[in-house]
Design a protein around this ligand. Structure first.
Ligand code: BMP
Length: 278
C-alpha cells in the first residue's frame, strides 16, 4: 500500500533516512502528528510555549531569526528539551540560494543551524544544487538530519503550482538519501510520475502548514484547513499549527496553549487513524 495508508510505525521500520525514522518513531510513541510553530519574538515566550506543548508534539518548528534576545544558550536549551520530551526540531529557514551560499547559511553564522536542527527546508527554485549544497553539510554530520522541499505553499495565490510542484518532486526523487519529504498541502505520489522514475519504495513525509480548527485564514493571505481535510482527505502526515495553538495576543497563557495543543493532537491523531489500513 501507499505510504499514507501504512502506520507511522511500519514506515519508521523501513525508512532509510535517520531523521525521518526518528520522527516517525516519535509520532508513534507519542501518538502525535502535531508540529507546533513557535512564532514569537522573545525567548521567554518561546520556552513557555515549548514547555507547555512538549508532551503533545512530535516536532517543534522554529524561526530562530525572529527572536529578539536570541543567544547560543537558546539552541542548547532547545536541544535539551528535545531529548527530555522526545520531539524533533525543525528550523523553518526556507533556504533559497545557490549551493555554496546555503551550505554556509546552514552551517555557519550566528545560528549554526546544522548543529541543532534535525530538519530544515528549502525552496526548490534554484534547482538541484540547493539540495547538494545543503547535503554537503547535513550528510557529513553523524547526526539525524533531513531536508524538506517546499513543493506547495499554503498562501493565497502561491506560485508553487503545476510544473513547479512536479519538478520539486523530481528533484527530491534524485536525492532520497537527504530529502525526507515536502512542505505541501497534499500527498505527492501521483505527481510527476514519468514511467522511468523508481517510486516503488519511496516514502516522502508530507508536513502541512495552514492548519486551523477555528479560522479559515488571516489578513495576510494565510489559508487554513482542518486536520480532517489535511490528514484524512489529502494524506498529509504532520499538521503544523502556529497561532491556532499559541494564540495571537501578546501574553502567553500556558494553560490555554496546553489545552489547544491537546485538542490539535487529538484531532490530528483521529484524522490519521481514519486513514491507515495497515
Ligand atoms: P500559523 O499556523 O500561525 O498560520 O503559522 C504557520 C507557520 O507555517 C508559519 O511559521 C509559517 O512561516 C509556516 N508556513 C506556512 O504557513 N505556509 C507555508 O506554505 C509554509 C510555511 O513554512
Amino acid at each position: 500500500p501507499a505510504p499514507h495508508l501504512q502506520s507511522y510505525k511500519n514506515r519508521a521500520a523501513k525508512h532509510s533516512n535517520p531523521a525521518a525514522r526518528a520522527l516517525l518513531r516519535c509520532m508513534e510513541a507519542k501518538k502525535s502528528n502535531l508540529a507546533v510553530s513557535v512564532d514569537v519574538t522573545t525567548t521567554k515566550d518561546f520556552f513557555d510555549i515549548i514547555e507547555a506543548v512538549a508532551p503533545y508534539v512530535c516536532l517543534i518548528k522554529t524561526h530562530v531569526d525572529i527572536l529578539e534576545d536570541w543567544n547560543p544558550g537558546v539552541t542548547t536549551r532547545l536541544q535539551h528539551l528535545s531529548r527530555e520530551h522526545n520531539f524533533l526540531i525543525f528550523e523553518d529557514r526556507k533556504f533559497a540560494d545557490i549551493g555554496n551560499t546555503v551550505a554556509l547559511q546552514y552551517s555557519s553564522g550566528l545560528y549554526k543551524i546544522s548543529s541543532w536542527a534535525h530538519i530544515v527546508n528549502a525552496h526548490p527554485v534554484p534547482g538541484p544544487s540547493i539540495i547538494t549544497g545543503l547535503a554537503s553539510v547535513g550528510m557529513k554530520l553523524q547526526e539525524e538530519r533531513g531536508l524538506l522541499l517546499l513543493a506547495e505553499m499554503s498562501t493565497k495565490g502561491a506560485l508553487t503550482i503545476g510544473s513547479y510542484t512536479v519538478e520539486a518532486v523530481r528533484m527530491a526523487r534524485e536525492h532520497r538519501d537527504f530529502v525526507i519529504g515536502f512542505i505541501a498541502q497534499h500527498r505527492m505520489e501521483s505527481i510527476g510520475l514519468s514511467g522511468t522514475d523508481d517510486v516503488v519504495d519511496e516514502d516522502f513525509l508530507i508536513l502541512a502548514p495552514g492548519v486551523g480548527l477555528d479560522s479559515k485564514g488571516d489578513a495576510m493571505g494565510q489559508q487554513y484547513r482542518t486536520p480532517t481535510e489535511v490528514v484524512t482527505q489529502c494524506g498529509c502526515d504532520v499538521i503544523i499549527v502556529g497561532r491556532g495553538i499559541i494564540g495571537i495576543g501578546r501574553d502567553i497563557d500556558a494553560e490555554k496553549v496546553k489545552e489547544q495543543a491537546r485538542r490539535y493532537q487529538t484531532a490530528g491523531w483521529e484524522a490519521y487513524e481514519k486513514r491507515i489500513v495497515t
